[in-house]
Design a protein around this ligand. Structure first.
Ligand code: GDP
Ligand code: CA
Length: 311
């Protein structure tokens, strides 16, 4: 009953937490975006992998939504004293993850190997796979014409600035890992998590070979809309979609995913759009999808799994 999930950060991590309670965690695999990754202070930082890891370990900070709970920021304060680059907050415990990852990568380990070591150390039974071991980096073109790195847009500018384009530097030359292709092909159900469609899912699909492998099994693929009532629950997904000329509604999400998945799961508040989604040749399932309420993510994962099994 293998269950594979295309994953960004927070939305995907919450979904995965439901999936490991609804299903056998050993059967759950996430293919995780790496285009948000950044090197700072010589350290390799992988925000989406770490958000998934810390959430599955039940150690994510519930208020911030990123980083570890009970975190301290002493090293950052020390860095600020010197006028160092302190716009990207790194907690003291979190720094241990980046130190370990960077050392192992420098020794020649792949990101796939290091990620397995890190998730094992946290006792996680599910599998987290970076989509590729090759460098892929989201670049954001601002309305002003300037191009910046993703974290510069997202964190430094607090995504408070209009954009006009995205590109995934390195993606055309990247190869998906064999484990990723196998996880797509072997899955009973494949789920596109409720992650940012532009910033988290698109860079996974931009790695050559991924999109076709997913399209080939469209009937057994299920997408969960990250857009609810025309808005993102958190972050700039709604604004980014609009600024890139798309509709920030479940219908816009359906247009994006219609070639990839036969089923779209939408929140009850969007029930009025079911007919428009059907017109795009997708089946729509209406149910609670806000995963801050207990039990929702588990029920959602269960429903997704069934939907993929019964196309
Ligand atoms: P990031 O990498 O941490 O920015 O997170 P993601 O790419 O995973 O996605 C952010 C998106 O997740 C936003 O569009 C949110 O609306 C969506 N999201 C977060 N939590 C939930 C949830 O509980 N339910 C649904 N349906 N979407 C969610
Ligand atoms: Ca992210």
């Amino acid at each position: 009953m293998k269950h594979t999930v295309l994953a960004g950060g927070v939305g995907a991590a919450r979904y995965l937490q439901g999936a490991i309670t609804a299903l056998d965690p050993k059967e759950v695999t996430a293919i995780v975006n790496v285009a948000d990754d950044i090197t700072l202070h010589g350290l390799r930082i992988c925000p989406d992998l770490d958000t998934c890891t810390y959430t599955l370990a039940r150690q994510i900070d519930p208020h911030r939504g990123w980083g570890l709970t009970n975190e301290t920021f002493t090293a950052m304060k020390s860095l600020s004293r010197y006028g160092g680059h302190d716009w990207f907050s790194l907690g003291d415990q979190d720094l241990g993850t980046h130190l370990y990852r960077t050392q192992r990568l420098n020794e020649g380990a792949t990101l796939t190997e290091v990620t397995a070591e890190i998730t094992n150390a946290w006792g996680i039974k599910a599998t987290l796979l970076p989509v590729t071991n090759d460098p892929v980096e989201t670049k954001v073109t601002l309305r002003s014409g300037q191009e910046v790195g993703f974290q510069e847009y997202f964190v430094r500018m607090a995504h408070n600035v209009p954009i006009s384009a995205l590109r995934f530097s390195g993606a055309p030359h990247a190869t998906p890992t064999p484990q990723v292709i196998k996880a797509i092909e072997d899955a009973e159900t494949l789920v596109i998590a409720p992650s940012n469609p532009v910033a988290s899912i698109q860079p996974i699909l931009a790695v050559p070979g991924i999109k076709n492998a997913i399209k080939r099994r469209r009937a057994r693929n299920v997408a969960v809309s990250p857009i609810i009532g025309g808005r993102a629950l958190k972050g700039p997904a709604d604004r980014m979609l609009k600024e890139l000329g798309e509709e920030a509604t479940v219908v816009g999400v359906a247009r994006r995913y219609r070639d990839l998945a036969a089923t779209l799961i939408i929140h009850n508040i969007d029930a009025e759009h079911v007919r428009d989604i059907k017109a795009l040749e997708m089946r729509a399932i209406v149910m609670p999808t806000i995963m801050s309420e207990p039990g929702v993510s588990r029920a959602l994962a269960q429903r997704c799994h069934q939907a993929g099994k019964n196309p």
